[in-house]
Design a protein around this ligand. Structure first.
Ligand SMILES: [Zn+2]
Length: 520
């Protein structure tokens, strides 16, 4: 408990730093024109009474090709009988070009089929009516990968007949392939500090926002009897987090597009100074990459740069405020159409690794616009992933130190009691990691939001790194419910899971639910 409190305090400290630098307004008129930093409603003020959440959710994520490869009935038999699954987060929009291929680094488990080896185009795996996209030019995104397969009409009725819930899993990661796949998508791309277009869409571009909103409308208005709820996800981060790097970083220090610059000016942030500051910071991190330590040290120069250019933090906050704003708008859209249907978010695992990301994507803000949060608390893959992230910290902000120097302080800051980094790579993180983040999410959201930790079942890792065993699944599932989780999401993808591990999850939740010890 004490450890978690330490982390919360540290995260609040970081939040306070960015809020403090958020508004460096010059003249009073500019200050008056600024938006308030925290205009989101408190979690308590928002009524969720209309939302009907299922009790004891056991979710699973299923890629579109898995239904086609294994057959819908057979796949549903497997997840229902072995995994005790009652909710499917079925990808309805996904641009991930990769899948398991023969001879690739990840072997096929004991079900499913290998992909052809050809990269996937991605897109929507359902038919959408263009009337929901009148305000966007981004209308040509039906995936050619499974061309005659509409995952909503094919799967949802069969699930309903079994008493299971079909959730549209709207997955919006910035895969560069989108720039080729969606006509006109380059127009909505973020622009970096050097003026280059990137491969990530800008949340402040009205055309992109209309695309995102149109999808929500199409799920709920076009498929009212099939879609039981929506999970929305987009593993993206603001400029500072992307500069630190790690598994979810996208390319480009951004966004400096005309929409973002206008928004910054309205907040009284100098665009020119923000650019200068980011270029200075970019140079510092480049020096760190080349082990050219400044005389004063990396951390001192890092702090000096953000003191000299508080616009760096203002711009980072601007990006993150926009990210909160988009998610909040989508939630509002969904609630306006179907208030009873749960609308929630997948939360990127970096929230559990990075004190910087955790500070800005804080649970208290998420609580204002979510019915549920599925958190990527993958403890097996979490070992190597955490070690890799700390490498990034020690290549940027904390480049004065090595990962083993930082280790005790990092664990204290984050409230973790885990083994040394070289061991977590081989053995993964303990179930305490799942419990700790579950508790933090429950506390952070004030208990107002359903919390579904993601249970790691064969999330891919490299050779020599931790792989999942049935005992790991039992321990993580038990830890999640003991920590107060409202449900779990077996993660990350059904097609990656070995059946013995899926069965271990099923046995464990059956035992927990029958003993009545699960949270309601
Ligand atoms: Zn922009």
């Amino acid at each position: 408990m004490g450890m978690e409190f330490d982390r919360r305090r540290f995260v609040q400290f970081l939040g306070a730093i960015s809020a403090g630098f958020g508004f460096r307004g010059g003249d009073p008129a500019t200050v008056a024109a600024q938006e308030p930093t925290r205009k989101y409603a408190s979690a308590k003020a928002f009524s969720r009474s209309a939302t009907v959440n299922r009790k004891d959710v056991v979710g699973i994520q299923v890629k579109p090709f898995a239904w086609v490869d294994e057959g819908i009935d057979s796949l549903l038999d497997t997840i229902q009988q072995k995994g005790n699954v009652n909710t499917v987060f079925a990808y309805t929009y996904d641009y991930d070009p990769n899948r398991t291929t023969k001879g690739g680094p990840i072997p096929l488990p004991d079900h499913g089929k290998y992909g052809s080896g050809k990269l996937r185009t991605g897109g929507a795996f359902y038919d959408y009516d263009l009337k929901y996209f009148r305000d966007s030019t981004l209308t040509d995104f039906r995936s050619p990968d499974e061309p005659n397969f509409n995952v909503i009409t094919a799967v949802a009725p069969k699930m309903k007949a079994r008493g299971m819930d079909f959730f549209a899993w709207d997955y919006n990661n910035a895969f560069p392939v989108m720039m080729r796949s969606i006509p006109g998508f380059t127009d909505v791309a973020e622009i970096d500090v050097y003026g280059r277009r990137t491969t990530s869409a800008c949340f402040n571009h009205p055309n992109y926002r209309a695309h995102l909103t149109g999808k929500i409308e199409s799920y709920l208005s076009q498929y009212p009897s099939e879609v039981r709820g929506i999970m929305w996800g987009c593993e993206r981060m603001g400029p500072i987090d992307n500069m630190i790097g790690g598994g979810w970083a996208t390319t480009g220090i951004s966004c400096f597009c005309p929409f973002c610059c206008a928004k910054a000016r309205a907040r009284g942030i100098s665009v020119a100074r923000a650019k200068q500051g980011y270029i200075k910071l970019d140079n510092l991190f480049h020096s760190a990459g080349e082990h050219r330590r400044p005389d004063d040290g990396y951390f001192v120069v890092f702090m000096r740069t953000i003191f000299e250019y508080p616009e760096i933090l203002s711009w980072h906050s601007l990006w993150n405020d926009s990210y909160h704003e988009v998610r909040s708008e989508l939630y509002g859209t969904a609630k306006a159409i179907a208030p009873e249907k749960p609308f929630g978010f997948h939360i990127v695992q970096n929230i559990t690794f990075s004190p910087f990301y955790s500070a800005i994507d804080d649970y208290a803000r998420l609580a204002a616009y979510a019915d549920f949060l599925k958190i990527a608390t993958y403890n097996n893959a979490g070992g190597p992933r955490m070690a890799h992230f700390v490498d990034r910290l020690c290549s940027t902000v904390f480049a004065d130190a090595s990962p083993s120097d930082l280790e005790p302080l990092y664990y204290k800051m984050m409230g973790y009691k885990q083994a040394p980094f070289d061991q977590i790579i081989k053995n993964g993180l303990t179930p305490d990691y799942v419990a700790s983040e579950t508790k933090r999410a429950i506390e952070g959201t004030g208990g107002a939001v359903q919390i579904y930790p993601g249970i790691d079942i064969d999330v891919p890792t490299a050779p020599g790194e931790k792989h999942t065993s049935p005992d790991d699944v039992r321990a993580a599932t038990t830890a999640a419910f003991r920590a107060g989780a409202n449900g779990v999401v077996l993660s990350r993808e059904y097609h990656e899971m070995w059946l013995a591990n899926l069965s271990a999850a099923g046995e464990t939740t059956r035992k927990i639910f029958s003993s009545g010890s699960a949270a309601g």
